[in-house]
Design a protein around this ligand. Structure first.
Ligand code: M6R
Length: 605
């Protein structure tokens, strides 16, 4: 989603802005632009497509100046064109924005009546026009920003730059993240710590409703009520090496390969003397009567896997909702409900809104996040970090498996506390989990098979994924991964559901990928697979050696996985789901790390 950066520096701003925007590329974007002030004069350059187009433009039309703002745009209102690209300017003010101004039409009509007409299709330009209208009344930049923000409805992270003042940025946040960075006689603004990492390791995250007046030597933050606010300066340690492909062709490939290491890290963070230790005061699952899990996309499939775990291991009923539907359904939340929110970025607007719906309605709000400084983490009673490290590829991979690892540990702790798991049973499960990073490493050995099969999958127009029990959410994840990066239409069904309708889709042109370790449901899945093959369907069976033996002949192809405790199979079977999608995308020649239309962190509803 849109990325924002601002610089009040001691050196030329344009190269710093472009480098910072490159570090925000992973969020997904379709155009980019920067504006600077030089000798008091404001100017901007914007380009459609990748940042290289903006860099090329800057070679031919340089933009001098030591103060500036920059933006990568993920289009919401209006196509990705130069005109619609940020920064947006009206008169002597320029703005960059992440979010959606919901009342922009109403504001636009009001401003048009005053002779201030838009030149773009964007909601953001209205902010610039509104600011200009206040400037025209002779207000100071600070008052202009304050008055403008007071009129905005919706979500925003905004940075204002004013012509004539090259030592001033005004930043504001409501619904979309924004951080201020401190340098020596320099100051920075950015959408996240990654953008600011090489410039400074001292940052302040703005709170909801904050407005910051930033100069090179001062930062004044006021809260939503206009009161001076003292926000902590945090020392961040981001290993900028993590924002490097480290020899891999894509971030996604690197992140898939990192899974044995990061899963071991997650495990190590939650095990103390062989026991599961949750942070802070932990959780007392004896008091919990129900868990309400809420997330989006891949994170929601992690929740669906965890539902099986909480119910089977701890006897706890679980509801799983996609965040965009949750609050509008107005679910009644009974006493004893634990709200559990899962998000890699911790900034997903739908999930954050669902969390806010639950505040005060559930006994406790717990979040499972990869970014511990994120909004979702900061608004939770208890944060369970997944320790996956920075995930850059838009298609989530290592975050998914680390979410699963964190959630299964919580489910085991719950099962033990509630008396469903004896000490010995818990110890045995933990021992199994300790073996998982090694098994994942072993499973990565199927890559050549996945690459070979993917060449055939790339020819398909539609692909079906099937799974039963804990493997059903894995089938959903496999289909999502494939859709996201190869653009092939894929659907997932619970194996037993196929015969209730979707089997009509089956013919020899539709590969059917069956994810089925040899578990207690395997025979039933094989029957469903036979139903597909009897209709000429082309089955790719992903199973273990025992499953391959029992299933017999007739499948189109097979991937043989290492043997794993069936309870934990979802952690392992994520690997073929990821590798098949990755290699199908390679075969199709798509943009693996930044697939079309997608954003890494979706900060609008
Ligand atoms: O940052 P989040 O985990 O909250 O993001 C949720 C989804 O947007 C995300 O999982 C999305 O589905 C991924 N692109 C999946 O690969």
């Amino acid at each position: 989603m849109c990325g924002i950066v601002g610089v009040l520096g001691r050196h030329e701003a344009a190269p710093i802005l472009v480098e910072a925007l490159k570090r925000l590329e992973y969020r997904g974007y379709d155009s980019a632009g920067i504006a600077t002030i030089h000798n008091g004069t404001l100017d901007r350059r914007r380009a459609v497509g990748k940042l290289v187009n903006l860099s090329d433009l800057l070679v031919h039309e340089p933009l001098p100046g030591k103060a500036g703002i920059g933006h990568t745009r993920w289009a919401t209102h209006g196509a990705p064109t130069v005109t619609n690209a940020h920064p947006h300017r009206s008169g002597t003010v320029c703005v960059v924005h992440n979010g959606i101004i919901e009342n922009f039409r109403e504001l636009r009509d009001e401003l048009a009546a005053k002779g201030l007409h838009p030149e773009t299709e964007t909601d953001t330009e209205t902010v610039a026009l509104l600011a200009r209208s206040y400037l025209d009344q002779g207000l100071s930049p600070r008052d202009v920003a304050q008055q403008t923000l007071a009129r905005l409805e919706g979500a925003y992270a905004l940075v204002f730059l004013f012509e004539g003042d090259d030592d001033l940025l005004i930043a504001a946040r409501k619904g979309s993240p924004l951080a201020i960075g401190y340098g020596e006689g320099e100051a920075f603004v950015g959408s996240d710590a990654i953008a600011l990492a090489p410039m400074t390791d001292r940052i302040t995250y703005l709170d909801e409703g904050d407005m910051a007046v930033v100069t090179r030597n001062s930062v004044e933050i006021r809260d939503a009520a206009g009161q001076l606010a003292n926000r902590p300066i945090r020392k961040i340690s981001i290993d900028t090496g993590q924002i490097d492909k480290r020899g891999h062709r894509h971030f996604m490939a690197k992140e898939i390969a990192e899974q044995p290491t990061v899963l071991a890290d997650t495990l190590a963070h939650y095990l103390t003397d062989g026991q599961i230790a949750l942070p802070g005061e932990g959780l007392d699952f004896r008091e919990v009567t129900r868990i309400s899990m809420v997330a989006c996309g891949t994170a929601s499939y992690a929740c669906h896997v965890a539902k099986y775990w909480f119910e089977q291991i701890a006897g706890l009923p679980v509801d799983v909702d996609v965040a965009s539907e949750f609050r509008y359904r107005e679910p009644p939340l009974v006493a004893g409900t634990l709200g559990l929110f899962v998000s890699q970025s911790g900034e997903t607007a739908d999930t954050l809104a669902a969390l806010r719906y639950c505040a005060g309605k559930t006994d406790k709000i717990v979040s499972v996040v990869n970014v511990p400084e994120s909004s979702i983490a900061r608004e939770s009673d208890l944060v369970l970090p997944i320790h996956a490290g920075i995930e850059i590829g838009v298609a989530s991979t290592k975050a998914f498996t680390c979410q699963l690892m964190t959630l299964v540990l919580v489910a085991l702790a719950a099962g033990h506390q509630r008396g469903h798991l004896s000490d010995d049973a818990l110890a045995a499960r933990i021992e199994d989990l300790r073996g998982l990073p090694g098994l994942v490493h072993h499973a990565l050995g199927i890559e050549a098979d996945c690459a070979r099969i993917a060449r055939a999958l790339a020819e398909a127009r539609d692909i079906l994924f099937l799974g039963r029990g804990r493997m059903f959410p894995l089938a959903l994840e496999g289909a999502l991964k494939l859709k996201e990066i190869s653009y092939i239409h894929a659907e997932a069904y619970a194996s037993g559901e196929l015969k209730h309708g979707p089997i009509a889709l089956v013919d020899k042109t539709v590969p059917v990928i069956v994810m089925a370790p040899h578990d207690e449901l395997f025979d039933k899945t094989v029957s469903n697979m036979q139903e597909v093959m009897a209709r000429g369907g082309k089955v790719l069976l992903i199973t273990d050696a025992k499953g391959a033996e029992v299933a017999g002949d007739g499948t189109w192809d097979r991937i043989v996985m290492p043997q794993v405790s069936p309870l934990f199979a979802p952690l392992l079977y994520a690997i073929p789901a990821q590798l098949l999608a990755y290699h199908t995308a390679i075969a199709k020649g798509t943009d693996v790390d930044q697939p079309r239309n997608l954003a890494k962190s979706v900060t609008v509803e």
